[in-house]
Design a protein around this ligand. Structure first.
Ligand code: NAD
Length: 493
């Protein structure tokens, strides 16, 4: 990586106001909150703290833009061209955005620059290209009629997103929502608003009409809840915890029955059979999958289920491959694992590590806070063995650099343990037996099953969960569908 990111820090100017109707504006109340970097605990800037008054303004702007039609009913090829320009502008500012992402949420600069920002650009490009390629349908209805099945944009979409991949999670929503012709209001997580606020003005520069793209930074209980309960928001597209996802179902039920799509938590099993092949390779990929992004990935393979005959050997290999993930300075391009998002999250994760010890699990690697002298929030990559699937550390989503290993005897027990979870986002399976791979894939209750890997997803594949991991799918053309109403029109001939 040739860019000297540290030297760019003094050149940054933080966008810290809301973005409503094409302009950065302060919160109506004038309130702000501290935006703290988990790298060193220092305040980067103070950000507008939006509440229900700002939500009313943003929804009014989004609705007016939608009804005006300059985006919602324009030629799809125009939306394509505009969104491609938007993606180009993000690419033009990629170094600045990567740096903002790293400073704001603590991930290594190599990951922001090599993953989050290019992934966001690719996502917006992909949906831009789809805008004028999705066809409607004619049903095989009576010969004396024509029955049209057409898609229309839903209207005003509110996207409430988390902090683990701030720009990428927002892009998974705004790409398909805008390509389909909706107006959007994005509420970033309070921990990580900076990149989304920055791209808002790039949206305007690209030609997305005023009011079509809005950003409201603020807290969940105020700004998030006000969006969830607003009578003129047509859809909530949420990514975050299962607990808050359930709040949105309640808000919708108690307001206007808005559409709700939920991408929520995970505790993905990673089943390793004795016939998996090169165990050192399997352990390396498994460790990489867990510790990437400091374990703050919804689909991280955090629950290793390993055949009892190879448990000790395999856990020792995972512990070996955890070492290169020891946290270091996120601004150093060689760093693999940076900070966790803030000190609250660090305390939460350390609390789980403590609970694991108290429940009788054994720490095979890590287990402690590190780099205290920085003032930041850093935790060692941590591996637990001798874990029972009923333990808190095997059942609850820790969302930090912690993996647990549970032993199983045979196929039946592996499937039973894998499905013994409230979550069903992803399941991973390692075996050289092709029949076993097919048979078990069908039995695993998860939106994504990955065989002989833990990385399986890109923009072309639908992503989402069974059970309490969510409702609906992000990515792929399936995501376009959820941002559309389906209208049936009959014409008597
Ligand atoms: P969170 O649920 O705490 O917050 C997510 C968003 O909801 C934030 O914008 C927050 O401000 C808002 N919010 C919080 N409380 C609210 C309330 N009472 N009413 C309305 N809005 C509220 O989640 P997080 O801690 O930011 O992110 C981590 C979670 O996200 C994990 O559970 C992770 O698994 C999940 N996640 C899921 C996916 C997926 O695709 N399934 C992807 C990434 C992250």
């Amino acid at each position: 990586m040739s860019t000297d990111y540290r030297s760019l820090i003094p050149t940054l100017s933080y966008r810290n106001q809301a973005f409503i109707n094409g302009k950065h504006v302060p919160a109506a109340s004038g309130k702000t909150f501290d935006c703290v970097s988990p790298i060193d605990g220092k305040v980067l800037t103070r950000v507008a703290e939006c509440d229900s008054e700002d939500v009313n303004r943003a929804v009014a702007a989004a609705r007016a833009a939608f009804e005006k039609g300059s985006w919602s009913t324009c030629h799809p090829a125009k939306r394509k061209k505009t969104l491609l320009k938007f993606a180009d502008l993000i690419a033009k500012h990629k170094d600045e955005l990567a740096l903002l992402e790293t400073l704001d949420m603590g991930k290594p600069i190599s990951v922001s620059a090599g993953g989050d920002i290019p992934g966001s650009i690719q996502c917006i490009q992909w949906y831009a290209e789809a805008a004028d390629k999705v066809y409607d349908e004619i049903s095989p209805y009576r010969p004396d009629s024509v029955s049209l099945i057409t898609r229309e944009p839903i209207g005003v979409v509110a996207a409430v997103v988390p902090w683990n991949y701030p720009l990428l999670m927002a892009s998974w929503k705004l790409g398909p929502a805008l390509a389909a012709g909706n107006s959007i209001i994005i509420k970033p997580a309070e921990q990580s608003p900076l990149t989304i606020l920055r791209i808002a003005e790039l949206a305007s520069e690209a030609g997305i009409p005023d009011g079509v793209f809005n950003v409201l930074p603020g807290f969940g209980e105020s700004a998030g809840q006000a969006l969830g309960r607003h009578m003129d928001v047509d859809m909530i597209a949420f990514t975050g915890s299962t607990q808050v996802g359930k709040f949105f179902l309640r808000y919708a039920g108690e307001s206007n029955m808005k559409h709700v799509s939920l991408e929520t938590g995970g505790k993905s099993p990673n089943i390793v059979f004795a016939d998996a092949g090169d165990l050192d390779h399997v352990a390396k990929v498994s460790a990489d999958g867990v510790f990437f992004n400091s374990g703050q990935s919804c689909n991280a393979p955090t629950r290793i289920l390993v055949q009892d005959t190879i448990r000790d050997e395999f856990v020792a290999l995972v512990a070996k491959h955890a070492k290169p993930w020891t946290p270091a300075d996120p601004l150093d391009p060689k760093t693999t694992m940076g900070a966790v998002v803030d000190r609250d999250q660090m305390e939460r994760v350390l609390g789980y590590i403590d609970a694991g010890r108290k429940e009788g699990a054994t720490v095979a690697a890590g287990g402690a806070q590190v780099r205290q002298d920085t003032g930041g929030a850093y935790i060692e990559p941590t591996v637990f063995t001798a874990v029972q699937n009923s333990m808190k550390i095997a059942q609850e989503e820790i969302f930090g650099p912690v993996v647990v290993a549970v032993a199983f005897k045979d196929e039946a027990e592996a499937v039973r343990l894998a499905n013994d979870s409230i979550y069903g986002l992803q399941a991973n399976l390692w075996t050289r037996d092709v029949s076993r791979a097919h048979k078990l894939s069908r039995q695993l209750k998860a939106g994504t099953v990955v065989v002989n890997n833990v990385w399986g997803s890109d923009i072309t594949n639908p992503f989402g969960g069974y059970k309490q991991s969510g409702i609906g799918r992000d990515k792929s053309l399936h995501a376009m569908d959820k941002y559309c109403q389906v209208k049936n029109t009959f014409i008597q001939l």
